[in-house]
Design a protein around this ligand. Structure first.
Ligand SMILES: *Cc1c(COP(=O)(O)O)cnc(C)c1O
Length: 401
């Protein structure tokens, strides 16, 4: 790490990058290698590579215990998991969903000819605004698909009340919320079902993977069938289905990650505390805080940046950081509604999404996880502090590049 004290020392203006290697948001956390490799050897010895093998069964059982939920169905990824859960309910017609999310949430609906009805979010929690959800219900609405963004649970109780009142299916995209709780109960237990992602960039990973959780026996049985082509036994297909199965090597990675889970969370928490202390001193930077009375995974360091007059913009800072090998991200800019096919299908929908658009323009996600430590966070924050302190001088120099 190379400390800098003037603008000329920034990599964009001719200096050396502050970091010798790229710091990524969502860089994978990797548990104990020997444990993983031992499990993989056992998989090879058994010659059982997929189709509800021992590792998948063990992972489902352990996840169920961890979350206190009755049914866990491991899947190949969260996008397919969402598609299956949506179809199993079944959701049809229109489904109310936030636009401030990873595009897979909306695609899982659109992929099966269900109209995503984009709803604005609460400016503080970044989650679905229940009041607007209520206003968007039409005779074609069959469900609400909430996202626990950054691992912070939606207003589950308000959404459940609306779903009950209007007889709607309530599903949660819990891709960010593994290990998080709401009123002391683990995420995974809310709505009719919830879907987790265990993609490599999520803090708990199985390379690719995910899980659908529910306490509804009939729904769980249907989801299991649909995940495996509708097979109810050898040669007996009783339902339309797809291939959503998790394989054994992914499950072995999941069991390895599960063993290391508390350590991953502790690292994220220490990192989050360091960021909080440093970012509080930089004008215009607001770190999204987690409810410390709940369980959190702290996997996202989410900053809302509002520049001082004439100061560097969010995009200026990101450009500057990238040159220093800090690959900060703008998740989930520009919002699903400004991506295709939604931009063409619903060209004016942004008018009812002012919070989504404002937040998406302010967000800056900074790297955390086991690839970061206190020293690297201080060095990163030094860069941000110095950059912001330059004010209009920095914008002018960037403009001249
Ligand atoms: C990562 C993510 C997904 C997709 O997960 P995959 O396992 O990669 O399919 C869905 N929704 C959200 C909010 C995500 O962040």
């Amino acid at each position: 790490m190379t400390p800098k004290s003037t603008l000329d020392e920034f990599a964009l203006f001719g200096g050396e990058p502050a970091f010798g290697h790229k710091l990524h948001v969502g860089q994978p956390n990797i548990g104990d290698r020997a444990h993983f490799l031992d499990r993989v050897n056992r998989i090879f010895d058994s010659r059982w590579l997929t189709n509800n093998g021992e590792a998948v069964q063990e992972l489902e059982r352990r996840l169920g215990e961890h979350l206190g939920v009755k049914h866990v169905i491991a899947v190949c990824n969260a996008t397919v998991g969402l598609e299956i859960a949506i179809r199993a309910m079944p959701m049809e017609g229109e489904v109310i969903v936030p636009s401030l999310t990873f595009v897979a949430t909306a695609h899982a609906l659109q992929w099966q000819q269900i109209t995503p009805v984009f709803c604005d979010v609460d400016p503080v929690t970044h989650n679905l605004d229940p009041e607007q959800v209520r206003r968007l219900i039409t005779p074609r609405t069959t469900g609400i698909l909430g996202v626990h963004l950054w691992g912070r649970p939606c207003d589950v109780d308000a959404l459940q009340a609306i779903a009950d009142e209007h007889r709607l299916h309530l599903l949660f995209d819990a891709a960010h919320a593994f290990g998080c709780s709401h009123q002391g109960r683990m995420v995974g237990n809310f709505g009719r079902a919830e879907v987790f992602s265990f993609h490599a960039t999520k803090f708990f990973n199985t390379f690719e993977g995910g899980a659908i959780t529910t306490n509804d026996d009939a729904l769980a049985a249907k989801i299991r069938l649909m995940t495996n082509f509708g097979f109810a036994g050898y040669d007996n297909v009783v339902h339309v289905g797809t291939n959503g199965k998790m394989n054994e090597v992914c499950a072995a990675m999941g069991l390895t990650s599960l063993q290391a889970l508390d350590g991953f969370i502790a690292t994220n928490r220490t990192n989050a505390d360091t960021y909080a202390e440093r970012l509080a001193r930089i004008p215009g930077m607001k770190l999204c805080r987690y409810d410390t009375t709940e369980r959190n995974n702290f996997q996202y360091v989410v900053v809302e940046y509002m520049p001082q007059p004439g100061g560097p913009s969010r995009d200026d800072l990101i450009r500057l950081l990238w040159a220093e090998n800090v690959m900060a991200r703008k998740y989930f800019w520009p919002g699903c509604h400004r991506m295709e096919p939604y931009r063409t299908l619903f060209p004016t929908v942004g008018e009812r999404l002012p919070q989504t658009e404002a937040i998406a323009d302010r967000l800056m996600i900074l790297p955390t996880g086991t690839g970061m430590n206190t020293a690297s966070i201080h060095a990163l924050c030094d860069l941000l502090e110095l950059a912001v302190a330059q004010g209009p001088a920095l914008s002018a120099r960037l403009g001249a590049l």
